[in-house]
Structure formats: structure tokens, C-alpha cells
Design a protein around this ligand. Sequence first.
Ligand SMILES: Nc1ncnc2c1ncn2[C@@H]1O[C@H](COP(=O)(O)OP(=O)(O)OP(=O)(O)O)[C@@H](O)[C@H]1O
Ligand SMILES: [Mg+2]
Length: 223
Amino acid sequence: MTDPAIRVQDLCFSWPSGAKVLQSCSLEVPKGEFWMLLGTNGSGKSTLLRLLAGLLAPQSGKIQILQPVGFVFQNPDHQLVMPTVGADVAFGLVEENLSPAEVSGRVEQALAAVNLLSLSRRPIYALSGGQKQRIAIAGAIARRSEVLLLDEPSALLDPDSQMDLVGQVQRLVKSRGLTALWVTHRLDELNYADGAFLLEQGLVVDRGEPKRLKARLLQTQEL
Ligand SMILES: Nc1ncnc2c1ncn2[C@@H]1O[C@H](COP(=O)(O)OP(=O)(O)OP(=O)(O)O)[C@@H](O)[C@H]1O
Ligand SMILES: [Mg+2]
């Protein structure tokens, strides 16, 4: 069996105030699969994603994750920085010192992957919320990300765009062999997942079959 794309072992994280967020948290996401991370407000989902992305450092425990990692935020306006679609996707490639032809090739390919090639000259302000999220994903694809970490990417979308986005990420994972971990409170999105984790007070208390987790959560609590 190949190594998982994400492996977290006994991860512990506290804020400087001493508040414990993750307590010996362990999980694995197999390569080429689309997993979701569920849990009540404050259970540590965003903190875990930031640790996985290397934006925070744990006090103890081990993180193994395939590189490069792409991060997609809840609010795309916190992520898209350039005036137009094409320029924004190209911006993420600055550090790679590619030739202009290589940059435009990568940008075109990434926009095609999210079905937005026709919008490459469009100003960012003239995009819908769902289109903005797809541009953020195109940025990660242009950088050849192996793993996508998505923190409630659908939270600001209407139900149709929400389902378009989750379906698109599922297709990208399957067609390109990527691995994705998607944080959500919306249980209907679980239909698209290969598996899911349930986080409670910084511990993974359940994991596995999305249908079973969905049924459990529908019975027990409002997320
Ligand atoms: N920068 C910070 N400094 C101190 N405490 C923080 C910081 N960010 C988050 N916290 C606290 O850490 C805990 C976990 O927060 P986190 O954002 O990971 O939860 P979450 O599961 O993503 O919640 P939500 O569903 O509301 O997004 C919470 O108690 C939160 O108040
Ligand atoms: Mg969060």
C-alpha cells in the first residue's frame, strides 16, 4: 500500500494563553481521496488545517504531508490579490522562476481544470463567489499542489454553487490523483466524500464512511 498523502500522529497544539486545541490528534488521508473534516464550532478544524499547511507549529506530534500543499479559505476575498483572474493564478507562480511561456501554460491549464479558461481576463470583482473559489483552486493547481486543504470553502455560497464546487473538487481529485481535506458544517456535502473525520474538542472521535457519519450527526447534533 502506498503511504497516505496526509498522516498526523499524536498532534498537540495549545495557544500561547495555554488554551488546548488539539490533544493527541491522529488521522490519515489516503492519496487520491477526498475526505471531509466535521466538528462543532471551536473544535479545532481550522487550527488543524493551519498546522497541516505549516502556518502554525505544533508543540508535539508528527505531520507528514505531500508537497506542495494548496490552501483554500472560506472567504476568497482574503486570498485573491491580483486585479484579474489570469494575473491572480500567475501570481502564485512568482517564486518558481518560470519563463513567461511556462507561466501562461500553467495558468491556462489550471483555469481549464476548473472550467474557467474563458474568464482569464475577467476582473476578480466581476466574479461570483463560486467562481472566486474555483480561481483559488486553480491557483493551487497551477502550483502543482498534491494536497488541497479547504476550510469551509462553500460557507458563503448559495446551495447551487455549493454543490457545483464540491462536485468540481471531487472530479479534480479523481481525475488528477490529488488528495483533498475539506472542512464543512454542511452534511449534504458528505455525499461527495470518500471518508470523513469528526473532531470534538481537538480529538478525532469518529472516522470512516461518510454515510454513517452523516446519519450519526443528523441524529445527535446540529453542526
Ligand atoms: N489566533 C487565535 N488565538 C487564540 N485562540 C484562537 C485563535 N484562533 C482560534 N482560537 C481558538 O482555538 C479554538 C479552535 O478554533 P478553530 O478556529 O480551530 O475552530 P473551528 O473548529 O475551525 O471552528 P469553526 O467551526 O467555528 O470554524 C477555539 O477555542 C478558538 O477560539
Ligand atoms: Mg474554522
